[in-house]
Write a protein that binds this ligand. Structure first.
Ligand code: PLP
Length: 392
């Protein structure tokens, strides 16, 4: 037989089968074209505080050749003061997405056979053993969770939400027989995305009390909500609360988020992270953000006010709207399918988000923009509907 040479290598075959079969996460479009009204990725309509921009530009010097603080100590101390806990309760990540990936790696066993979901398990696995390999989450919620589970070779356990997307109570979850109280990691987006619905902390507390392993409350939108569940992370040993500077604090570009919880869980995450996971400029920007919170509170109030105004206008135009505790609206458009609306809005230079899954196909997710953006959206909607009052 001829000796094999590098020319015989099929590069695609070098990728692990698990990765070959993986359905990757699809981020919202970041369009190159200018002049689009961008209401598709829940970025903050308003920019970071001028003090943050100053802190960043003052940091652009010779220090860029140095490694940053590996555990973001100054920021963790500042966040600890802010939340009334200790730095040991906090880990900072390269965006909260990184912390989600870490949580899967740190708390969930992986299956030797690769990704599979809860339903395809062979019966020899006891329920407890399945739980140790399980990432559990509601449907719909943040669509990154199943990707992270697959990537890790864990079991996915998607649990459908009720028709109105409210948080199911424990009795209903038991009746549904899909929920697993022994899941290694349960991720709950609260307030939920893409539905925008808020969950009461009291209801979350009842739910987490039935869980035997880690529950991660993904609070990316908590600043736009009526309440948040931070207290649960400091009261219960198995609860993590995840926050990000991306949404309310206008720092998507710098990638910075954090998790709060029991020091033993946090220590596990710290052990598994990359040595220098959070870049130095991001640490500086986050610290400067925490020094100028009134700037953000004012903008958050503006977003919430615009959200209610936009919801009222869209309702008048025939859209069904779910109550939102976030900086976006989840809406069912009238007359045509959500997919057709997506295309027609795009033709009018308005970008919104549509998720092509069974649970979400009839809805659009619309980020609340500045007044001018929201007006452009409403104008486009009126034109599409052929309603009088559409300005040309
Ligand atoms: C935006 C978002 C994140 C990711 O935030 P980053 O900190 O930018 O990685 C996580 N969870 C939910 C639900 C989000 O909407």
């Amino acid at each position: 037989m001829r000796k094999k040479t590098p020319d015989d290598i099929e590069p695609a075959g070098l990728v692990r089968p698990l990765i070959q079969q993986l359905t990757a996460y699809v981020p919202g479009e970041q369009p190159k074209a200018k002049g689009l009204v961008k209401l598709n990725t829940n970025e903050n309509a308003y920019g970071p505080s001028p003090k943050v921009l100053t802190a960043l530009s003052e940091a652009l010097d010779d220090r860029l050749r140095l490694y940053p603080n590996p555990t973001a100590d100054a920021l963790r101390e500042r966040l600890a003061r802010h939340h009334g806990c200790k730095p040991e309760n906090i880990i900072v990540g390269n965006g909260s997405d990184e912390l989600l990936a870490l949580a899967v790696r740190v708390f969930v066993d992986s299956s030797p056979g690769g990704a599979m979901d809860h339903y395809s398990l062979y019966p020899s696995h006891g329920a407890a053993k399945v739980g140790l390999r399980m990432v559990q989450y509601f449907l719909p919620s943040y669509s990154l969770y199943p990707v992270l589970a697959d990537l890790h070779g864990a079991h996915r356990n998607p649990v459908p939400l009720p028709m109105e997307f409210e948080l199911p109570n424990v009795a209903a979850l038991r009746r549904g027989r899909v929920w697993n109280t022994g899941a290694a990691l349960t991720c709950i987006t609260t307030p939920n995305a893409p539905t925008g619905r808020g969950y009461a902390t009291a209801d979350l507390e009842t739910l987490i009390k039935t869980q035997e392993r880690v529950v991660l409350l993904d609070e990316a939108y908590a600043d736009f909500a009526e309440e948040n569940a931070m207290a649960l992370a400091l009261r219960y040993p198995h609860v993590l609360v995840l926050r990000t500077f991306s949404k309310a604090y206008s720092l998507c570009y710098l990638r910075i988020g954090y998790a709060v919880g029991h020091p033993a869980l946090i220590a596990g995450l710290q052990k598994a992270k990359d040595s220098y996971n959070v870049d130095g400029l991001a640490q500086i920007a986050a610290l400067a953000t925490l020094d100028d919170l009134p700037h953000y509170r004012a903008n958050i109030e503006r977003v919430k006010k615009s959200r209610e105004a936009l919801a009222a206008s869209l309702t008048e135009l025939g859209f069904s709207i779910f109550p939102s505790q976030t900086n976006f609206l989840f809406v069912r458009p009238p007359r045509q399918s959500a997919e057709v609306w997506l295309g027609k809005l795009r033709e009018k230079n308005v970008l919104v988000r549509w998720f092509d899954t069974l649970e979400t196909r009839s809805f659009l997710r619309i980020t609340v923009g500045k007044e001018a953006d929201n007006k452009a959206l409403l104008d486009a909607v009126r034109k599409i509907l052929g309603t009088k009052g559409a300005s040309d």
